[in-house]
Write a protein of this length. Structure first.
Length: 166
């Protein structure tokens, strides 16, 4: 899709597509309120500027809109979604042991920080993601929030790239 094609869409269609890129309703509203971008560079800059101007609650709304991992089946669904382009990971053929460790790590992460683990994981193996998760569990809440916000921005940018066939 081109920017011109996107601009011709109805408001509800635009809102839906943007929400698929970032699950923060405040981000979507801000993106819809700005003038149409002239090119993709402007659009990506606008998206990032809107993202970083949000409140902590707005960021957490986006985090909560990721697929939650509550059991082995939901973890497998998340990995499957990631592989088909509806998620954000390049994880393939993870072992049961790695999946179980990711499941436990995600539960620990949510208990500690209050939101799901957010990581730009495109092209990373399950073992690499587990390493990221394990390392980030050591962070203080404010440090982790800063990292999660940055990771969500990367995810949003990549989803926008897919939307606009970049």
């Amino acid at each position: 899709m081109t920017i011109a094609q996107f601009d011709r869409l109805g408001m509800e269609q635009k809102k839906k597509l943007l929400y698929e890129c970032c699950g923060s309703s405040a981000w979507v509203d801000r993106m819809l309120a700005i003038p149409a971008a002239e090119d993709l560079i402007d659009l990506f800059e606008d998206a990032e500027e809107c993202w970083y101007s949000l409140s902590e609650n707005d960021w957490k709304e986006a985090f909560f809109n990721h697929l939650h991992v509550s059991d082995l089946e939901s973890l497998k669904k998340r990995i499957s979604a990631d592989q088909t382009g509806h998620g954000d990971s390049g994880t393939v053929n993870a072992s049961e042991q790695t999946l179980q460790a990711l499941l436990e790590g995600n539960k620990t992460y949510e208990e500690k920080f209050g939101y799901t683990f957010v990581a730009s994981s495109a092209g990373k193996s399950a073992v690499e993601i587990l390493g990221m998760l394990t390392a980030r569990l050591q962070n203080k809440p404010q440090t982790e929030l800063t990292i999660a916000v940055s990771e969500q921005n990367k995810i949003t940018q990549r989803r926008l790239e897919r939307l606009f066939d970049v």
